[in-house]
Design a protein around this ligand. Structure first.
Ligand SMILES: Nc1nc(=O)c2c([nH]1)NC[C@@H]1CN(c3ccc(C(=O)N[C@@H](CCC(=O)O)C(=O)O)cc3)C=[N+]21
Length: 315
């Protein structure tokens, strides 16, 4: 008995010591910035060898109107593209652009042989039919992977372009867990750009998770999340996932990017996810922060898709 307690005390002392040296070793933080940096480094190298005998990959970004967050995301994409050697051009259009004019712009970019990838920043203004715009993009240039052909191919296990946020999440999950096979994954949110494609990726033969998709009409969300080995929250609701809703040892991916007013910050707001990070981290195996989690991965995977588009189109 005495030996047991001495052992426990020693283990506890070691834990405290280690945690005071490096919080990285003991806490569950899954650092999206660091993983994204390694994805970008690999992309940078691949772009470098691609440009030995070809022009740099070229991304066209279409930005309509003045949705508050959009301009800042687009700046982030442009900067990250430049850092890996991908050229990007932003086509900025006023909020009042007609659907016809926007479709014409897409047509021009489709026909432009110097454009490898086309990204139409979402959301679009209400008077524009988002589906019609996405369907107008040449699937071979659809680096977002939002075109029905690309989403359909993903669903049948023949992916062409995989949407950036879900593929970034898969990279993070594979860092956190050595095997996803048979794991119970609960995806909260059923959007076409995150929830649905992520569910497809998780149930693919190379991942083999057991997938449940929950949404606003789900009864007893907590009963689902409590049974899960992996919880992904992609809803857009601060603190939707609280500590009582997850089991010990859970892996949590927070896709939420919510702006909440904060006068103490220079820009007047701070970003919070859909997950109560501070309360869940102590019981989690791994958990992504916001900011610094899924967001940087999204950008890194988009750059990878753009290189892929250039490689395939110019082969
Ligand atoms: N056609 C299209 N494709 C998209 O991929 C797309 C889109 N439309 N519309 C909006 C969403 C959102 N999105 C983000 C990308 C990076 C961060 C990101 O890097 N966030 C940083 C923080 C950035 C900050 O501080 O503002 C982080 O989480 O650490 C966030 C959000 C891409 N989206």
């Amino acid at each position: 008995m005495a030996l047991y307690w001495r052992h426990r005390l020693l283990a506890e002392a070691t834990r405290v010591l280690v945690s005071s040296i490096s919080s990285d070793l003991v806490d569950a933080r899954l650092d999206g910035r660091a993983v994204a940096e390694s994805v970008r480094a690999a992309t940078r190298q691949a772009v470098e060898s691609f440009t030995q005998d070809a022009d740099p990959p070229a991304l066209a970004v279409v930005l309509v109107g003045d949705h508050p967050a959009s301009a800042s995301y687009v700046r982030g994409k442009k900067k990250a593209a430049a850092e890996v050697g991908i050229e990007s051009t932003v086509h900025r259009r006023a909020d009042g652009i007609s659907q016809h004019e926007l479709l014409e712009l897409i047509g021009t970019l489709n026909a432009d042989a110097t454009v490898d990838g086309i990204l139409v920043q979402l959301p679009l203004p209400d008077h524009i039919d988002q589906h019609a715009v996405i369907e107008a993009i040449d699937p071979a240039k659809d680096v977002d992977g939002f075109h029905p052909q690309n989403l359909g191919r993903l669903l049948i296990g023949m992916p062409q372009f995989t949407p950036a946020t879900p593929s970034g999440i898969m990279v993070l999950l594979r860092r956190a867990l050595d095997d996803l096979s048979g794991k119970r994954a609960v995806v909260v949110g059923r959007s076409n750009i995150v929830g649905k494609p992520l569910a497809a990726l998780l149930m693919q033969r190379d991942a083999n998770a057991t997938v449940t998709v929950c949404h606003s009409r789900t009864r007893d969300l907590a009963a689902h999340t409590r049974a899960a080995d992996i919880v992904v929250a992609a809803v857009g609701q601060p603190k939707l996932i609280t500590a009582d809703m997850v089991r010990e040892g859970v892996t949590v991916i927070d896709v939420g990017i919510n702006r909440v007013d904060d006068d103490a910050r220079e820009r007047g707001y701070r970003l919070v996810g859909d997950v109560d990070y501070d309360a869940i981290a102590p019981k989690a195996h791994a958990i992504t922060p916001v900011p610094g989690g899924v967001g940087p991965m999204t950008i890194a995977m988009l750059l990878r898709n753009t290189l892929q588009a250039a490689q395939q189109r110019r082969a």
